[in-house]
Design a protein around this ligand. Structure first.
Ligand SMILES: [Mg+2]
Length: 124
């Protein structure tokens, strides 16, 4: 299973990659913004997307809307990572059919649980 981790903040990419590794997921592709992520999605087989909200060039919500509007990508589980201050944005993400969301800061157990929930929903 290949994960795509999208964040403009290198430290956050590293944290998420570490948690994925702890969960046994070592196939991880990374991108620094939504545009880069979308390019990867057009070429690579991605099974799960974890994306930050606030990024330059193309934000997480823009990426989410683009992914859900692309039939070949619409079914990939999408987990949005948002800061506490962006909490109100969650409504917009839900309307854009986000699969799961998580507020920063989060611990590895929380992230693991959100990933499991998103996968379970897809397989149900
Ligand atoms: Mg950011």
């Amino acid at each position: 299973m290949r994960f795509l981790v999208v964040d403009d903040f290198d430290t956050m990419v590293r944290i998420i990659k570490n948690v994925l590794g702890e969960l046994g997921h070592n196939d991880v592709v990374t991108a620094r913004n939504g545009e880069q992520a979308y390019q990867i999605l057009t070429k690579d087989k991605i099974d799960f997307i974890i994306s930050d909200w606030n990024m330059p060039v193309m934000t997480g919500i823009e990426l989410l809307k683009k992914v859900k509007a692309t039939p070949a990508m619409a079914n990939i589980p999408f987990l949005m990572v948002t800061a506490e201050a962006e909490k109100d944005n969650i409504v917009e993400a839900i309307q854009a059919k986000v699969d799961q969301y998580i507020l920063k800061p989060f611990n590895p157990e929380m992230l693991a649980q959100k990933i499991a929930c998103a996968l379970h929903k897809k397989n149900a």
